[in-house]
Design a protein around this ligand. Structure first.
Ligand SMILES: Nc1nc2c(ncn2[C@@H]2O[C@H](COP(=O)(O)OP(=O)(O)O)[C@@H](O)[C@H]2O)c(=O)[nH]1
Ligand SMILES: [Mg+2]
Length: 362
């Protein structure tokens, strides 16, 4: 509280001074008449003013807090509005006890959480390429290349002229008969047989018997050089039987190779008895190289409990298999195996109960 004294000629003058100085809130505590000069008097007033009244007085500008601007409040409201409505719908959902909606909501929240976590994660730095990782990548690429270049185990026959070559007694003539029977009797194709096996006594008789039984024409050639002229476009399939010769007789292979030089669309199958070792097969392949056989034909698979070379030889020699033979019966014991079937035959041979025993040549 502040107390001040005011003096006026009259009481009215003194009060006016109080008010002028301290305002209407001032409280007059006391007043008295005082002597002034020899004859004069004056009125003295003591007045007080409460300091707290100052609070009501306008404060200095810098102490005042500015009210939030109208625009930012509107922005906040804008942001909050969708949340409010979301909350309202959530409340409504919970109140209406809608389990389906809640489940959906939960999964949405979960998805959002995952998204936020992902976004929050620092981007993964690409691993620096180390020598080891480069070597790994190179090795993987090489493996892939090897896989794509992996020689085929099987391949269908696609030529119009098919010739069987191979050692004596391998089963060439019997197989020719099976193929001819299948093509002519099952597929109804126009088939011709040609034999070059005039070397061995009885060779022609054997195939002639088959030709007559099946009902297909047979051409007997004394010399391989006559071959090109014997092949006719009118025949849909020409099957050529050849004589087996001594492993030392390379001249006959060269002669045959020369004879077929002018024959187009010919496919040569190297006939391999299933008893052959890997080494024997490789020797056979190199012996017949001049003829460039394109297939291996395994015979007598039925005589073995397993024939691993059915899988190994095609890969090693890069000569796939079209047919295998599984017995002496003509025409039944001939199969055109799938790779899976080839695997079965390689592992277990011909099982007596195997239902697919007689896969007919396609
Ligand atoms: N067990 C069995 N014997 C076969 C098979 N193929 C041919 N043979 C027999 O092997 C022998 C020789 O057959 P052949 O066709 O004359 O052989 P080629 O000299 O190569 O013409 C004959 O007794 C055939 O019956 C076969 O798949 N399984
Ligand atoms: Mg023969």
């Amino acid at each position: 509280m502040k107390i001040m004294k005011f003096e006026g000629a009259t009481m009215r003058d003194a009060v006016a001074k109080v008010k002028a100085e301290l305002g209407d809130q001032a409280v007059i505590i006391s007043s008295r008449q005082v002597r002034r000069g020899l004859l004069g008097t004056a009125v003295e007033i003591s007045a007080a003013i409460d300091n707290e009244s100052d609070v009501e007085a306008p404060a200095p500008a810098f102490t005042r807090q500015p009210p939030p601007p109208q625009d930012s409040q509107a922005d906040v409201e804008k942001l909050i509005a969708p949340l409010r409505s979301e909350l309202r719908s959530l409340r409504a959902m919970v109140r209406s006890n809608e389990p389906k909606g809640i489940g959906k909501l939960e999964s949405e929240i979960q998805a959002l959480r995952q998204l936020v976590e992902q976004l929050a994660k620092p981007a993964a730095e690409p691993a620096p390429a180390s020598a080891a990782s480069i070597a790994q990548a190179v090795a993987a690429a090489a493996t892939k290349r090897r896989e794509t270049e992996e020689p085929a185990l099987i391949a269908p026959s696609s030529a119009r002229v098919v010739m069987l070559v191979g050692p004596t007694g391998a089963g060439k003539t019997t197989t020719i008969a099976k193929l001819a029977a299948h093509a002519a009797l099952v597929e109804g194709r126009r088939v011709r047989l040609i034999t070059l096996d005039t070397y061995r006594v009885g060779g022609v008789d054997q195939i002639r018997t088959f030709a007559e039984l099946i009902g297909v024409p047979l051409t007997v050639l004394d010399r391989p050089g006559e071959l090109a002229n014997a092949i006719s476009d009118e025949d849909e399939l020409t099957l050529i039987d050849t004589a087996g010769r001594s492993p030392l007789d390379t001249a006959s292979v060269v002669e045959l190779a020369a004879a077929i030089g002018t024959v187009s669309d010919i496919e040569i199958h190297l006939v391999v008895p299933s008893s052959s070792s890997a080494e024997a097969i490789d020797k056979l392949v190199s012996r017949y190289t001049a003829l460039s056989p394109s297939r291996l034909l395994f015979t007598k698979v039925d005589e073995h409990e397993s024939v691993p070379e059915l899988l190994k030889a095609p890969r090693r020699t890069r000569l796939p298999i079209t047919w295998v033979t599984t017995g002496q019966s003509v025409p039944e014991d001939l199969e055109q195996p799938t790779a899976h079937r080839l695997g079965e035959l390689a592992a277990r041979g011909v099982q007596p109960t195997t239902p697919n025993r007689n896969h007919r040549a396609a």
